[in-house]
Every structure is written in structure tokens, then in C-alpha cells.
Design a protein around this ligand. Structure first.
Ligand code: MLT
Length: 264
């Protein structure tokens, strides 16, 4: 469905039981809501799930292309408001996790539980800010097609490149079809995001942290650090997976995901 939120038309999908527990999936950069297909297929009947394309991604409008993580949280809250959802489970991967973590800090009363996948609470160190500045230059001069091979190389575990080229291809096409202005705007948003580490100790909702064993973008170590700080949180490392563990090893990801939902 199309939904106008904060002045932009969003592509949103609602699936599952309309009376079920609300669960909102937030995708990573620069992907779209279709990355959650393996989880939607496994969704238990007791849940009402929402997926959406972040502004500038997938089929959502780009707006002015100037983004902050704060704005992405505004959009998420506008989505909850539109559906009159008081509290939802948030499941975010990577950038989706940055958004979920900032939402937990800013709008904690709207969150029932948290799934943090391939993400971290720390802000970008200088080295990453500079890497993003290079990537912004690249997409502005040569477009999304120039960025795609760089990202694709680091997103997946070696086993995924060898054994599941279809998933790699799907993600490559998604990146290539993202507008360069939205890519640049989102890179700036990630580079300027705040550090949410100090708030982890205040999170009181059930939390599951999942990370691919071969994730080189957000490796298991920052996940372990979050696990230590979020009281009562659970954590699992997904074998045979890199940054996109939900797509690279959906069986193992879903095993933890579904077990967590039983108590969420
Ligand atoms: C993502 O998957 O959202 C990005 O890789 C996150 C990042 O670059 O920090």
C-alpha cells in the first residue's frame, strides 16, 4: 500500500493477523523491504507484521534526499501512529538496527521488544566517516552501479558468494536501482548518527541480538558488547552468514527469531 508519512509516499506492506502482535521490520542500507521475505514466510499466525521501504529506498519516494537517523525514526513513529499501534516489536538489521536503537532511546514507550541484527550502538569512527565520504563522492560521480560491487563484496560470507549467487544478485540489483541522491543522503545520515551505547543499560524490553559469524561490517564483537549492556538480552551468532544473516542462513536465523517471538 502507499502511505503518506511526513510528506513522503511510502511503500508499506501489512501481513499476518490484523488482531496479532504488531511487529515492524526495518531494512538495512541500501536495501528494501523484500529482504524480509524469509521471515515473513515463517511468521506465526499470532503476529501482525509491517514491512516498509525507508524513504529513498525501494518503492518509497525520496523526498529531498537529505536524511538523518532522527528523520528515519520520525518516519517509523509516523507509521506506528498511522496504524494506531501503541507498542510494536521492532526488528532492524544494520541501519534498521541503528534506527531501532535510536527509537528505543527516544521513544522507548512505543517498543514491546527488540530484535537487533547485524548492528551496533557505536557511532561511526573517523575511518568509517571518511570511507562514507569517499562513497558519497563515488555515487555522485559514477552512480549506484559504481557502489554496488564494493558493497556486495563485503556484505556476504564467502560461502554465500559460492553457494547462493542468486541472493547476491538480488541485493546487487536492489543497490543498483537506488537513486544516487538517496544513497548519498543515507550515507550522510549514518555518518552523523549519534552513539546509543549509553542508553543500552536503560533498555528493559526483551531483546535478541543476532549476528552473522562472518559479518565484516558489524562483526560479532559489538554485538557481544550490546549483549553485555542490555539486561536479560539474548544473543546468537549465525553460522555460514555475513552481514545479511537473515538472507544468508534463513533457517538458523528463523530458528532464533521464532523462539524469541514466543516470549515477545
Ligand atoms: C547496512 O547494512 O545497513 C549498512 O551496511 C550499515 C553501515 O554501513 O553502517
Amino acid at each position: 500500500m502507499r502511505l503518506k508519512l511526513n510528506g513522503v509516499n511510502f511503500q508499506v506492506a501489512e501481513v499476518g493477523n490484523p488482531e496479532g502482535i504488531p511487529l515492524v521490520f526495518i531494512h538495512g542500507f541500501p536495501f528494501d523491504q523484500t529482504m524480509w521475505e524469509p521471515q515473513l514466510k515463517a511468521l506465526p499466525h499470532s503476529f501482525r507484521a509491517f514491512t516498509y521501504d525507508l524513504r529513498g529506498h525501494g518503492k518509497s519516494e525520496m523526498g529531498d534526499g537529505q536524511y538523518t537517523v532522527e528523520l528515519f525514526v520520525d518516519d517509523l513513529m509516523a507509521l506506528l501512529d498511522y496504524f494506531q499501534i501503541a507498542k510494536a516489536i521492532l526488528c532492524g538489521l544494520s541501519l534498521g538496527g541503528y534506527i531501532a536503537l535510536r527509537a528505543a532511546e527516544r521513544n522507548g514507550d512505543r517498543i514491546r521488544s527488540l530484535l537487533l541484527c547485524g548492528t551496533k550502538s557505536e557511532a561511526d569512527p573517523n575511518e568509517t566517516k571518511l570511507k562514507r565520504a569517499e562513497q558519497i563522492k563515488l555515487v555522485k560521480s559514477d552512480g549506484a552501479r559504481a557502489l554496488a560491487p564494493l558493497l556486495v563484496k563485503s556484505l556476504f560470507a564467502p560461502t554465500t558468494h559460492e553457494e547462493n549467487p542468486a541472493v547476491v544478485e538480488k541485493i546487487r540489483r536492489t543497490i543498483e536501482s537506488t537513486d544516487p541522491l538517496a544513497l548519498a543522503g543515507t550515507l550522510l545520515a549514518m555518518a552523523s548518527r549519534t552513539d546509543t551505547t549509553a542508553s543500552l543499560a536503560k533498555i528493559q524490553v526483551p531483546t535478541l541480538i543476532l549476528v552473522g559469524e562472518a559479518d565484516t561490517i558489524t562483526p560479532p564483537s559489538p554485538s557481544r558488547a550490546m549483549h553485555e549492556k542490555i539486561a536479560g538480552s539474548k544473543m546468537a551468532v549465525i553460522p555460514k552468514a555475513g552481514h545479511l544473516s537473515n538472507l544468508e542462513n534463513p533457517e538458523e536465523f528463523n530458528r532464533h527469531f521464532l523462539e524469541f517471538l514466543k516470549g515477545a
